[in-house]
Design a protein around this ligand. Structure first.
Ligand code: ADP
Ligand code: MG
Length: 696
């Protein structure tokens, strides 16, 4: 295989492979299952499983796995081989329909937030026939959903699929009202842009903080940061290029159309953007992408950091979730059209998103909340913790004209009447260059920019799909019973703009003035993870998810617990790592250094009083007092970290970490980073920011 085109999708059991390898009738029935979500007949499953096995064995595969996305946020797999004993003591390679359709992982150790009592500790995985099987690392992977025996979702995929059904149901009602009877299904699409850092593996291995927590817990800034925006250092460049080439090729084999590219913002930081696809596939692909990014980096003696804030003082990493809605007939419902009717439909979908983002700000905010992302959101970094929407000046003007029943002063001097007038054209390029908005309209899609780089994109998309489904439902309820469709539509759009325009903000989201303005508008400012997460269980949100059958109340409760506990666990590990590095690495090193300086002072003095010892003497003095201060802060950190462990209420514990443990960590770091700046580099116990970021 040589060309990129030949490689593309070569490791995916996709439609073309199925067509080639399955009997016509089986292929037809499988297609129906995949498109309409019907359950799969076991006889068909047997034929499909056998064809999959033969295809995989030809590619040197001996094992298969049900590949799933538990609540840990990463993917899980348990490998089984195709080998079965045969009658004559030999073995045969087997893979049955039953094994394809359902698996039983011994998964009692995945987080379930109390959903799986121990007597039913095993969940089961069920094939998600809307996603293709693929070969990864020599193993046939069957994409699956993961549920408990009582039917509760234990993973991140099941609710996503449910939310896609919810928006499909409601969006179909709306497009049919506009006379688009030929539309049979509506799906949301996503293209997630992924940011990441690369560091040299040999330096990574010398840093316990990177190994245990994914971020640097100590580190004085290098003399150079990102201010010159000249990103990238010669020595590592060819390795990075080789890495990107291999990564692209491996992703293509899995049918992921990705394009890695340099990012100019922070040193050692990069971005990878795939071509968008259906949301559940995009979610699978993003998980695979993160896994491959990390695995392939090691082959190039690099380590890929997906943490939201690996380094203090330079930009962190996020993920931009580009989201849109399209029909099976190929219409992007968030793209302004050419006719009055198309425009009216676009405006109605736009209004559904505006209303959804306003009414469910809290959910969107919490969907991006994590200990790691708290270093970005609301911490003077892109974007702020307040949710607002950017629509661009032209579209905002149009909405204003509709709201006030005025003429739009753009290209057309006409009264804006929805469904009657053609929207004035606004060039796509003028719609977005605002990089500070958390939720920006970019011409034919929305870009949700709050996501952390390491998170699964499932959560935010479950919320977007479900919230917009709810608004479409309300719209369809009104419009279906209207006597005069045109008038009802116009009024609905006008009223929605009037009631929810507070969420629209086209200015600079980093500006402090915006935070004041947002407060006046009554928008939420949920600064940290423990502020945001409890909103998940607010009554309106429980109603939203249960009424669209996306989560049951028990599932919501368990997810809330898992998210809060995750926050606590991450901070707990960070606190312990910090204490260990301070106590066993940094303090002994600086104390030893102070000793050697003291020796020098004494040695010099023995030569006579005229020898100057000012540098050594004053450095020992500074180091000694800072060491004493750091020691005290270390003791405080150890005390609050162990105090946290005695709190049995998980909510109280999360707030305790935020209010007591994080400040103790920050205080300790402050002293240690100062100590770093006055200590001989050769005795500093781990590589500096200069080494990590610039290789020096
Ligand atoms: P940029 O944000 O740098 O201007 P683009 O606008 O070209 O780049 O696209 C960014 C991402 O948005 C890409 O991953 C792309 O695939 C995705 N995207 C484009 N159109 C859609 C759509 N209709 N639905 C979802 N994602 C989309
Ligand atoms: Mg973008």
């Amino acid at each position: 295989m040589s060309t990129a085109a030949e490689k593309f999708g070569s490791m995916v059991f996709d439609e073309s492979v199925m067509k080639e390898r399955l009997p016509k009738e089986t292929f037809r029935q499988l297609q129906r299952t995949m498109k309409d979500g019907r359950s799969l007949d076991i006889n068909i499953a047997n034929v499909v499983a056998n064809a999959m096995k033969d295809w995989a064995i030809e590619k040197g595969v001996t094992h298969y796995t049900h590949w799933f996305q538990p609540m840990t946020g990463i993917t899980a797999e348990k490998h089984d081989s195709f080998i079965s004993p045969d009658v004559d003591g030999k073995v045969i390679m087997e893979f049955s329909g039953k094994e394809l359709v359902q698996g039983e992982p011994d998964a009692s150790s995945f987080p379930s937030g109390g959903l799986r009592a121990t007597f039913e500790a095993r969940g089961y995985t069920a094939w998600d026939p809307t996603a293709y099987a693929f070969i990864k690392n020599g193993v046939l992977c069957i994409p699956t959903a993961f549920c408990s025996y009582s039917g509760h979702a234990l993973d991140k995929k099941t609710p996503l699929l449910r939310s896609m059904q919810a928006i499909n149901r409601q969006a179909l009602r709306v497009v049919h009202l506009f006379g688009n009877e030929d539309v049979k299904s509506v799906k949301t699409t996503v293209g997630p842009e992924q940011e990441y850092f690369l560091v040299d593996k040999k330096y990574y291995e010398e840093r316990k903080d990177l190994i245990y927590t994914g971020r640097t817990l100590f580190g004085a800034p290098a003399p150079k940061g990102q201010e010159l925006e000249d990103h990238y250092f010669g020595t590592i460049k060819s390795r990075v290029q080789a890495y990107m080439k291999e990564l692209n090729e491996e992703l293509w084999k899995l049918g992921i159309l990705a394009k890695t590219e340099h990012n100019e913002v922070a040193p050692a930081q990069h971005e990878l953007a795939p071509i968008f696809t259906t949301t559940n596939i995009a979610t699978d692909h993003n998980q695979l992408m993160m896994e491959l990014m990390q695995r392939i980096a090691k082959k190039h003696d690099l380590v890929c950091l997906l943490h939201e804030k690996p380094f203090e003082g330079i930009n962190g990493s996020g993920k931009h979730n580009n989201w849109s809605i399209s029909t099976d007939t190929g219409i992007n419902l968030l793209e302004p059209g050419d006719t009055p009717s198309e425009n009216a439909q676009f405006l109605l979908f736009l209004c559904a998103v505006i209303k959804a983002v306003d009414e469910y700000q809290d959910l969107l905010r919490l969907s991006a909340a994590s200990a790691g992302n708290d270093h970005r959101l609301g911490a003077n970094e892109a974007p702020p913790a307040v949710i607002s929407m950017f629509l661009g000046d032209e579209l905002t003007e149009i909405l204003k004209a509709i709201e006030n029943e005025e003429s739009y002063d753009g290209k057309e001097k006409e009264l804006m009447r929805v469904g009657v007038h053609v929207l004035p054209k606004f060039p796509k390029d003028s719609t977005d260059r605002n990089r500070t908005s958390p939720f920006a309209f970019t011409g034919n899609k929305f870009e949700f920019r709050m996501l952390g780089s390491s998170a699964s994109i499932s959560g935010p998309n479950v919320i977007l799909n479900t919230a917009v489904a709810e608004e479409l439902k309300q719209f369809a309820d009104i419009l279906e019973s209207a006597d005069d469709f045109e008038t009802a539509l116009h009024d609905l759009i006008r009223d929605t703009i009037r009631d929810h325009k507070r969420i629209i903000f086209n200015g600079n989201g980093y500006d402090d003035a915006w935070l004041e303005e947002a407060e006046k508008r009554g928008l939420l400012n949920l600064r940290t993870t423990p502020d945001a997460l409890p909103c998940f269980l607010h009554e309106k949100n429980v109603k939203l998810f249960t009424s669209h059958k996306v989560f049951s109340e028990e599932e919501m409760q368990s997810r809330y617990e898992i998210m809060m506990e995750n926050y606590v666990k991450v901070l707990h590990i960070e606190a312990l790592t910090m204490a260990e590095m301070a106590e066993r690495d940094i303090l002994p090193a600086v104390s030893g250094y102070a000793h050697s300086l003291t020796d020098t002072v004494l040695a010099k003095r023995s030569l006579g009083a005229e020898i100057d010892t000012s540098y050594e003497y004053s450095t020992v003095k500074k180091i000694s007092s800072l060491t004493a201060s750091a020691y005290e802060k270390l003791e405080t950190l150890k005390r609050v970290a162990s105090e946290a462990g005695t709190i049995s209420d998980f909510e109280k514990e999360a707030f305790y970490y935020r209010d007591m443990v994080i400040p103790a960590m920050d205080a300790l770091r402050g002293d240690m980073d100062l100590l770093e700046t006055m200590t001989d580099t050769s005795v500093w116990p781990f590589p500096t920011y200069g080494k990590l970021l610039f290789g020096i």
